[in-house]
Write a protein of this length. Structure first.
Length: 360
C-alpha cells in the first residue's frame, strides 16, 4: 500500500513539473501574439473554456477514429461523455446514451486480424494525443487569440494527461501493449470481444479457438489488459446461465485480486450482488460489499443490468417478489439503455429467467 502511495505521489509531482515547464514555454511563445489582441471578457473566456474542453474531447476521439481507419480498423462506436453513436448488427448508425465512469469519451474499433509481430496498435492508441496536439497548434497559428490559446492549452493538457502512463489511459495501454506479444494479443481479443458484443454475439461462442488460446496463455505479470480475460471467461459462464460456477469464480476473483482496476472491481461487486442473491443469500460477503459507496453509486444507474441486479436482490435477499417483478418490468422498458446489443439480449433473457423463477 505504501509503495502505491509513493508511486502515485511521484507520478503527480512529475506531471506537475512537466506541466509547469510546458505551460511556461507556451506562455512565453504566446506573449508576443497576445499583445496585439484585446483582453477578452472573463465570462466569455469561461464559456470558451467549457466549449474548448468539449471540442478537444471530440478531437481526441476523432484522432483514434482516423488513425484507426488508417491502420485497417473498423468502426464500432464513438462516445463523447454520455452521447454515443454505435453501428448495429445491420451496419446502421444508432444513437444511445451511456455513462462510463472515469472517461470523457471512447472510440471503439475492430482491429484487423491478428498477426504475430505485426499487430497495428500504435497509431490507434496514440491517435487521440496526435490530434489534440495537431489541432491545438493549427488553431493557434491560423487565428492567435486568447480563445485559441485556451483551446490549445486544453488540447495540450488532454494530450499530456493521456500520453503519460497512468490509470487506464491511452499512454498506460500503449505502455502495457509495447511490453510483450501476449499483452498485445489480449488487447486484440478485447477489441474482438467488444465487436462481437456490438452485433449481439459472444466471442467465445463464435470463435471457439479463442477459448483454447486463452486457456493456454501464460500471464507472467498481470495488468488491466490481461485482467480483462477474467471477465471474458466469466461472460462465457453467464451466457449459459451457469450461475453456481459464475458465483464461485466471481467470488474467488474478488477475494484474491484486491489490485483490480477500480472500474473492474465495481462491476465485479455489482455482479456479486446478483449472484449471491441468486445462489447463496446467506453469504456474509454481500453485507460487506453493500456498504461500499462506489457500489451504491453504481446501483443507481438506470440501465437493464442494474434493474436486474436489484430485482434479484429483492427476490433472493429481501424476499419481496412484488418489488422484484416491478424492477424486471422496468428493465424491459429501458432495454435500449444497455451498452450494446449482446448485453441487451442477455438481460432480456435473464428477465424471463428470473420472472419464471419468481412466479413458479
Amino acid at each position: 500500500m505504501k509503495n502505491k502511495i509513493v508511486n502515485a505521489l511521484l507520478q503527480l509531482v512529475g506531471i506537475m513539473a512537466v506541466g509547469a515547464v510546458v505551460g511556461y514555454s507556451l506562455g512565453k511563445i504566446a506573449v508576443g501574439s497576445l499583445a496585439k489582441v484585446d483582453t477578452p471578457n472573463i465570462i466569455f473566456l469561461f464559456i470558451a473554456g467549457v466549449i474548448s474542453f468539449i471540442l478537444q474531447v471530440i478531437v481526441h476521439e476523432a484522432g483514434h477514429l482516423v488513425f484507426g481507419l488508417l491502420s485497417g480498423y473498423k468502426f464500432i462506436s464513438f462516445r463523447v461523455f454520455d452521447f454515443k453513436i454505435i453501428k448495429d448488427e445491420n451496419g446502421k448508425l444508432k444513437i444511445r446514451f451511456e455513462r462510463l465512469a472515469g472517461t470523457g469519451g471512447q472510440c471503439l474499433m475492430r482491429a484487423p486480424e491478428y498477426v504475430v509481430g505485426k499487430f497495428k496498435y500504435k497509431l490507434y492508441l496514440l491517435g487521440g494525443v496526435i490530434f489534440n496536439v495537431l489541432f491545438s497548434v493549427i488553431f493557434w497559428i491560423v487565428l492567435p487569440s486568447y480563445y485559441t490559446l485556451l483551446f490549445a492549452l486544453i488540447g495540450f493538457a488532454l494530450a499530456f494527461l493521456n500520453l503519460i502512463p497512468m490509470g487506464f489511459n491511452d499512454g498506460m495501454t500503449f505502455y502495457h501493449a509495447s511490453k510483450d506479444e501476449t499483452t498485445r494479443f489480449v488487447l486484440y481479443l478485447q477489441l474482438e470481444y467488444v465487436y462481437y458484443q456490438s452485433i449481439g454475439k459472444n466471442l467465445l461462442i463464435e470463435r471457439p479457438e479463442v477459448v483454447e488460446k486463452i486457456n493456454s496463455m501464460e500471464i507472467i505479470k498481470t495488468n488491466y489488459l490481461t485482467d480483462s480475460l477474467e471477465f471474458i471467461k466469466l461472460d462465457g459462464l453467464e451466457y449459459f446461465f451457469e450461475f453456481e460456477a459464475l458465483y464461485n469464480e466471481s467470488r474467488k476473483l474478488y477475494i484474491e485480486r484486491d489490485d483490480l482496476l477500480p472500474v473492474y472491481k465495481i462491476e465485479l461487486m455489482a455482479m456479486l450482488v446478483k449472484l449471491i442473491s441468486l445462489v447463496n443469500p446467506e453469504d456474509e460477503l454481500l453485507e460487506e460489499i453493500m456498504k461500499d459507496k462506489t457500489l451504491l453509486a453504481r446501483l443507481k444507474q438506470k440501465n437493464p443490468q442494474t434493474k436486474n441486479i436489484l430485482a434479484t436482490y429483492e427476490y433472493g435477499v429481501k424476499l419481496d417478489d412484488e418489488k422484484a417483478l416491478g424492477l424486471i418490468a422496468e428493465a424491459r422498458k429501458i432495454k435500449n439503455k444497455a451498452p450494446n446489443l449482446y448485453v441487451q439480449n442477455l438481460e432480456m433473457k435473464y428477465c424471463d429467467y428470473l420472472e419464471e423463477k419468481i412466479l413458479r
